[in-house]
Write a protein that binds this ligand. Structure first.
Ligand SMILES: [Zn+2]
Length: 174
């Protein structure tokens, strides 16, 4: 099984804006599949194309695996959040591109997302709770936004300091 390498902060590709997919063809389907394989290999519940240095608007998620071993992979091209609930909630988020850092992020608890599926068909999906948080987190990635951007400046700087210290100790050049 071939997987991508997940890119970590501070790589600038994480701050880039991904471009719309014109058609979900074999090449895009192959990217979707490899992204799903990568997400499972890294034990994530979601992954956005920017995180594997591809600037196509593609995300993959599988939040079902938090509750069971059954895989329910979903791949979305051009995901667009077309409705957000006023009700909000907190979830402790992490990100494969900011390894080992977690923080409570408040977001709308329910959303509706429109996307193009692996068969190039437009779909709409209602999501709540973890799935809603995950989709919002991944769609943010496509616009170069990270979960730490939703925190207060003080909390963001605290996390970044901790992250940079950890990366230096691991021998990464920052
Ligand atoms: Zn992320």
């Amino acid at each position: 099984m071939e997987i991508y390498q997940v890119i970590a902060l501070p790589d600038p590709v994480l701050r880039a804006t991904a471009q719309p997919v014109q058609t979900v063809n074999d090449a895009i389907r192959a990217q979707m599949k490899k992204m799903l394989d990568t997400m499972y290999a890294y034990e994530g519940v979601g992954l956005a194309a920017n995180q594997v240095a591809i600037l196509n608007r593609i995300i993959v998620i599988d939040t079902a695996r938090r509750e069971s071993d059954v895989k329910k992979p979903i791949a979305m091209a051009n995901p667009e959040i077309i409705w957000r609930s006023e009700e909000r909630w907190d979830y402790k988020e992490g990100c494969l591109s900011i390894p080992q850092m977690y923080a409570d992020v408040e977001r709308p608890k329910f959303i509706k997302v429109r996307y193009v599926d692996e068969n190039n068909q437009v779909q709409e999906m209602d999501a709540g709770g973890l799935a809603a948080t995950c989709i919002q987190h991944e769609v943010d990635h496509l616009d170069g936004i990270l979960f730490i951007d939703h925190l207060s400046r003080l909390r963001r700087e605290t996390i970044l300091k901790k992250y940079e210290k950890m990366r230096r100790e691991e021998g990464h050049v920052l």
